[in-house]
Design a protein around this ligand. Structure first.
Ligand SMILES: C[S@@+](CC[C@H](N)C(=O)[O-])C[C@H]1O[C@@H](n2cnc3c(N)ncnc32)[C@H](O)[C@@H]1O
Length: 209
């Protein structure tokens, strides 16, 4: 098992890699296809990073609470929101590596991209997300499918080599979510040992009844 990674150190340059920007746009497009978004919806982005997914969705929602355990990621998110004139649509919340269960609010959508594989014990985290959905609210989780262990150049903070989407769908159903679906939203191509390796990214969605 791996120690926790300090994402503060990479926050300032996070958006420099086009593959991250492309992936976030693809995840956001998948969410748009799976979830009927509206400007009445309040959402939570768990492990928001610099808000790459959120900035693709923000104008289709009322407000987003952007949660991350790295303060520097949140700082970049706030700066981008201010520069885009969207600061009134986004709030930030520093978490302690757990889902922020002190929140008394419930959300019309909770989404997350490329975070699950950084979380050692997933079931309590997903349970907390479900508990914080408003009735009729959606959970939308994107991550790598199970991979060969070579996706990350630096394995620090990587607790899972991708996530089994069938397991995630079953977990959603066990926790009472309905209309559970999975789709492939993107494929990341990396050079590994002189060859192209393909890493697919799924989006699993479900609805609280
Ligand atoms: C791979 S980045 C993805 C960032 C963003 N979702 C995106 O798609 O660009 C993972 C993010 O999750 C955050 N993170 C990792 N573990 C976390 C945890 N237990 N609680 C909250 N945030 C976490 C990191 O600080 C980092 O910003």
């Amino acid at each position: 098992m791996s120690e926790t990674k300090d994402f503060n150190k990479v926050a300032l340059n996070w958006d420099d890699k086009p593959r991250r920007v492309e992936l976030a746009a693809a995840v956001a497009e998948g969410i748009r296809q799976a979830v009927p978004l509206s400007e009445t919806m309040d959402a939570l982005d768990f492990g928001c990073g610099t808000g790459l997914v959120t900035f693709n969705l923000l104008t289709a929602l009322r407000q987003v609470l952007a949660v991350d355990s790295a303060e520097q990621m949140l700082e970049v998110t706030r700066e981008k929101a201010a520069a885009a004139g969207l600061a009134d649509r986004i709030e930030t919340c520093l978490s302690d590596h757990q889902f922020p269960t002190h929140l008394s609010r419930r959300f019309d959508m909770i989404y997350s991209s490329m975070v699950l594989h950084h979380i050692a014990t997933l079931e309590p985290m997903i349970q907390a997300m479900v508990d914080h959905l408003a009735p009729g609210g959606y959970l939308a989780l994107a991550d790598l499918d199970r991979e060969d262990g070579h996706f990350h150049d630096d394995p620090t903070g990587v607790f899972h080599h991708g996530i089994d989407r069938q397991w995630l769908m079953a977990t959603f159903q066990e926790l009472g979510l309905i209309e559970v679906t999975a789709r492939t939203v993107h494929t990341i191509v990396k050079q590994r040992q002189g060859e192209e390796q393909y890493y697919t990214v799924f989006l699993v969605t479900g609805k609280r009844s």
